[in-house]
Design a protein around this ligand. Structure first.
Ligand code: PHE
Length: 449
């Protein structure tokens, strides 16, 4: 009756079962696991916070992850059309299209940081960024404030664009199948190195010693917000990947595997970062300061530091690139579906556009555009803030409302039955939306805790 809502049918290109799991882990494991998770864990109560994070992951993150993948597979479209295909209602297409905007904005600053990791990988292996006695804070400030980051950002967009242009099975799946297992090997090597450094125990203690007195509403909401970012939720990414999943793959099992993968990588990252930092007498910091200032200074003093430092930044680069690919696939799938562009054309135009949108972000970290601020936030920080704390929670809320209230046959697609289905539906209908609204109000400063 409604030709626009006709199901496009099975796609010709898609993931194998293991390829999907690896690609989804590649998406979720990213810069968030490597520098944000360990730091907030240390700050908000160590093992006590870790426990809280696991609870948030189980109660909110995994149910939404499952819902997103199911929407993609059930609707067989892109982040916007899948919602329309399922309900036949045009409004849902517009609601879904918000995620396409979100993905562009995330890509613009995430690609900049991914570029920095490439610069530090090359610099560490070559020794240029691995000289004892250097002031690595000044080194980073000079680098980020110049024009070099634009070059590296362009390299990131080029790599991402080429992989996406090759398609799902021949591009995204292959890329992740090689990189994600390789990633685990490097991670374990670095963890052994870090844990055998003198004084490593102090770092492990900072990371994991449980301190229940630090748990508060603020730490709970931080845990929840991070569960979102870390699982790549609320921006159409898992939905788009889900549209390439085979009908007989178990989405429930995939959800558990992705959640476990995300958690394991975050845990090992903490077991590398803190022992290294503490062993060389440095203070743990957040984000940029931790990865690009404190760690290079520590690696510069370590025997064979160029090698370990190089491997560490290579790890960050891989984590970032496998996430970049998943972010950019959202607008690429949208352009292919809505405007009938070929995959190659979409990949080229979307990567160039992301590069252009990212230029102001790249030049605002101490560079020529750092004078532009919005409520004390640089353009870079603004993109991060708006996406992580406003657009992604809104996207997540949309997924819960769509799945819980608009999609009558969600249960058939997720493949849960009996009590599992009831518990999942309860979380999606009531618990997840309420908690998301709380994080949202808290992050925009309307809720004081
Ligand atoms: N999950 C990624 C990380 O932890 C970030 C990301 C967000 C990736 C959204 C894809 C989509 O770094």
């Amino acid at each position: 009756s409604n030709p626009g809502s006709a199901f496009p049918g099975p796609k010709t290109d898609g993931f194998s079962k293991s390829g999907f799991i690896l690609a989804a882990i590649g998406s979720s494991v990213g810069l968030g696991n490597m520098w944000k998770f360990p730091y907030i864990t240390g700050k908000y109560g160590g093992a006590a916070f870790f426990l809280l994070f696991i609870i948030c992951l189980i109660v909110v993150g995994l149910p939404i992850l499952l819902a997103e993948m199911a929407i993609g597979r059930g609707g067989r479209g892109n982040a916007a059309s899948s919602l329309f295909n399922i309900t036949g209602k045009k409004q849902w297409k517009w609601v879904g299209a918000i995620s396409v905007v979100t993905s562009f904005l995330i890509m613009s600053y995430y690609g900049v940081v991914a570029g920095w990791t490439l610069h530090y990988t090359v610099g560490s292996f070559s020794g240029a960024l691995n000289k004892p006695g250097t002031d690595y804070s000044a080194t980073f400030t000079a680098f980020a404030g110049g024009y070099m980051p634009l070059f590296w950002q362009a390299v990131v967009m080029l790599i991402t664009g080429v992989i996406i242009a090759k398609g799902i099975s021949g591009g995204i799946e292959k890329f992740n199948k090689v990189l994600i297992p390789g990633f685990l090997i490097i991670l374990v090597i670095l963890m052994i190195r870090a844990l055998t450094l003198p004084g490593a125990a102090a770092g492990v203690e900072f990371f994991l010693a449980p301190d229940f007195s630090k748990l508060s509403a603020a730490s709970a909401l931080t845990a929840l917000g991070h569960a979102f970012f870390s699982l790549s939720l609320g921006m159409g990414c898992m939905l788009t990947y889900g549209s390439y999943v085979q009908k007989d793959q178990s989405l429930g099992k995939a959800t558990l595997a992705i959640g476990a993968g995300d958690l394991i990588y975050a845990f090992i990252a903490g077991m590398i970062i803190f022992p290294t930092i503490f062993s060389y007498g440095m203070k743990p910091e957040a984000g940029v300061g931790l990865a690009f200032m404190a760690l290079p200074a520590a690696f510069a003093q370590m025997p064979f530091g160029f090698l370990f430092g190089g491997l560490f930044f290579l790890l960050l680069a891989i984590a970032a690139l496998t996430s970049c690919v998943s972010i950019l696939e959202v607008p690429v799938a949208y352009a292919m579906g809505e405007w009938k562009w070929s995959r190659k054309k979409a990949a080229v135009i979307v990567s160039v556009a992301s590069f252009i949108i990212g230029v102001p972000a790249a030049l605002s970290v101490g560079g020529v555009l750092s004078f532009i601020t919005f409520a004390d936030k640089s353009i870079f920080d603004l993109f991060d803030f708006v996406t992580s704390y406003i657009l992604m929670p809104v996207g997540g809320l949309i997924v819960t409302i769509f799945t819980g209230y608009a999609w009558k046959r969600a249960g058939d697609e997720v493949g849960l039955s009996g009590w599992w289905y009831r518990i999942w539906m309860f979380l999606i209908r009531y618990i997840a939306p309420i908690l998301i609204i709380l994080i949202f109000l808290y992050s925009v400063g309307l809720l004081n805790l």
